[in-house]
Design a protein around this ligand. Structure first.
Ligand SMILES: [Zn+2]
Length: 185
C-alpha cells in the first residue's frame, strides 16, 4: 500500500518526486504539483421501528466482511444529498427520506494499492421502501444486519470514521429517531 499516488511525474515522467503532508505531490525535476485531495463519502444511519440499526456486511475490499453503512463516494459535480440517495438506491434498491446531517469524520481508505484520505459524512434518514422490495447489489453487500445498540460489536465496524460516529451517537450527541413504520418482513 503506498501513499504517493505517482511512481513517475505525470507531467515530465521523471521517477520519484516528493509526497508532502499526505496529499501534495511535488516533482523535483519540473516542479509539477498535484494535490491528492481528501475525497468525500456519505452514509446513512437508519433505525427501524424496533430501534434496531441497519448495517451492511461488505462484499468488497477494503474491510471486506466487516460492517458498514449504506452509502459511498460523492461523484464529481454531485451534491451530498443527491449522492447519498443515489448510493442507497444502488446498494439496496431503496429510497430514503431527506437525510439529516450528523457529522463528518476523517478516514483512510485503501484501494488498488493507494491510500485515499476521505471525509466521511454521516446522516440519519428513514428508508421509505419496505425491505421485501429491496434489490441488493450482491457484489457490494453480502448481508443485511439489523442490530440493537447493545448488539453492536465495535471491532466489527469497517472504518475508523464509523466507529467515531457510533461513539458520538452513544455519547448522546444526536437523536436518531426510530422509524414509525415496520420495514422488515
Ligand atoms: Zn515532473
Amino acid at each position: 500500500m503506498i501513499e504517493n499516488p505517482f511512481l513517475f511525474c505525470p507531467q515530465c515522467g521523471s521517477p520519484g518526486g516528493e509526497f508532502l503532508r499526505h496529499h501534495e505531490y511535488r516533482c523535483s525535476v519540473c516542479g509539477h504539483r498535484y494535490f491528492h485531495n481528501v475525497a468525500a463519502a456519505a452514509g446513512i444511519l437508519a433505525r427501524d421501528v424496533e430501534g434496531r440499526f441497519l448495517f451492511l456486511r461488505r462484499g468488497m475490499e477494503p474491510a471486506r466482511g466487516l460492517l458498514g453503512l449504506p452509502g459511498g463516494f460523492v461523484d464529481p459535480g454531485e451534491g451530498v444529498t443527491e449522492a447519498v440517495k443515489r448510493e442507497v438506491r444502488e446498494e439496496l434498491g431503496a429510497e430514503i427520506s431527506s437525510p439529516v446531517f450528523l457529522d463528518g469524520y476523517p478516514n483512510r481508505y485503501a484501494f488498488s494499492k493507494i491510500w485515499y484520505h476521505t471525509l466521511d459524512l454521516y446522516f440519519t434518514a428513514d428508508i421509505l421502501t419496505p425491505q421485501a422490495q429491496w434489490t441488493l447489489d450482491a457484489q457490494e453487500v453480502v448481508g443485511l444486519v439489523w442490530m440493537l445498540p447493545e448488539q453492536v460489536d465495535e471491532t466489527e465496524l469497517a472504518f475508523q470514521s464509523l466507529r467515531q460516529m457510533w461513539h458520538d451517537w452513544k455519547a448522546g450527541r444526536w437523536e436518531v429517531k426510530q422509524a414509525n413504520r415496520k420495514l422488515t418482513r
